[in-house]
Design a protein around this ligand. Structure first.
Ligand SMILES: NC(=O)c1ccc[n+]([C@@H]2O[C@H](COP(=O)([O-])OP(=O)(O)OC[C@H]3O[C@@H](n4cnc5c(N)ncnc54)[C@H](O)[C@@H]3O)[C@@H](O)[C@H]2O)c1
Length: 293
């Protein structure tokens, strides 16, 4: 291993993948973005372009930096397009079957020396690593949403992760200007182990009629000084992702206190996944968000 990361591949051009590509390119890395279709990749790049433009108009970035950053991001329309990357970060849908399939397609073509990371919110790093051909060079790099704004990154070693892999990942994350916290490989790590049961409880509070969407969010904003209400935050994370994390906690820790709220399941079954689909606990299709309950 050369120990140097210059080229970074990102798999999944959704909320997180586009954010990761954004911060990596801004820090000077050459980035390739992969998703299931050219349209999704273009959508991800358009999101990055819009967010960079916002950073310029708010005075956080020079226009030249915006242009240079965009020029460092290119599409990979096949897995082969990621073959010569030094680091690939998987940020696809929070579903173990999806992630396994990605690793089975990627590993045979990816440079054997390259590091492989996952941005999973909850799934075992050790178990994902075991699906690859490089458990020693596999690590969890868990960014927070929205990636360009949030300062924290959790680093999670699998049982086989080598020290050199950890150090290279740490160096990469620090080069992005983020602060690292190290979590052990247990379901949902630190942030989501604490955050998601709180969100799930807020959904139970709604389900049981203790309060409306507005009452619950106002209560937690003004009563607990949270910057946004738990239901608004759930919409922001994505309700499918919230449900997947609760399922991983429930199964992985075998404790009924992590049972996903049936109302969360219902919203996901309806395809009301939050901001990304235009509707969740709030309806975002008009000028201002309107509570759906
Ligand atoms: N949303 C959050 O707040 C948050 C925070 C931290 C980590 N994460 C994690 O990041 C990952 C992505 O979450 P997101 O919020 O960006 O979801 P998202 O739904 O916005 O994006 C997921 C993307 O993955 C793509 N995808 C699905 N199957 C694929 C495949 N086989 N190959 C390539 N791309 C594929 C989808 O087309 C989509 O563009 C998940 O593991 C999630 O747990 C999410």
């Amino acid at each position: 291993m050369t120990g140097k990361i210059e080229k970074v591949g990102v798999i999944g051009a959704g909320q997180m993948g586009s954010g990761i590509a954004h911060v990596a390119a801004l820090a000077g890395y050459q980035v390739k973005l992969y998703d299931l279709s050219a349209e999704r990749i273009e959508g991800g790049i358009a999101t990055i372009s819009g967010n960079l433009a916002r950073q310029v108009s708010s005075g956080k970035l020079e226009d030249k930096e915006r242009q240079d950053t965009l020029a460092r991001i290119g599409p990979a329309t096949t897995m082969e397009g990621l073959a010569d990357m030094d680091l690939v970060i998987e940020a696809a849908t929070e579903d173990e079957t999806v992630k396994r399939k990605i690793f089975s397609q990627l590993c045979p073509v990816l440079n054997p020396e390259a590091l492989l990371a996952t941005n999973t919110s909850s799934i075992s790093i050790t178990r994902l690593a075991a699906q690859t051909d490089r458990a020693e060079r596999f690590i969890g790099i868990h960014f927070m949403n929205p990636v360009p704004v949030m300062k924290l990154v959790e680093l999670v070693r699998g049982i086989a992760t080598e020290d050199q892999t950890f150090e290279m990942a740490r160096h990469f994350v620090e080069a992005l200007g983020k602060t690292i916290t190290v979590a052990e490989d247990f379901p949902a790590f630190i942030v989501n182990r604490i955050l998601l049961p709180m969100i799930n409880e807020a959904i139970y509070t709604l389900y049981e009629g203790v309060g409306t969407v507005e009452a619950i969010d106002t209560a937690m904003k003004l009563g607990a000084n949270h910057p946004m209400g738990p239901l608004q935050l759930a919409d922001f994370i994505g309700l499918d992702t919230c449900l997947s994390i609760m399922q991983v906690l429930h199964e992985g820790l075998a404790d009924s206190k992590y049972r996903p709220c049936p109302l969360l399941v219902k919203y996901v079954e309806a395809g009301w996944l939050g901001r990304k689909t235009g509707r969740g606990f709030y309806d975002y299709r008009g000028e201002t968000p309107v509570p759906t309950r």
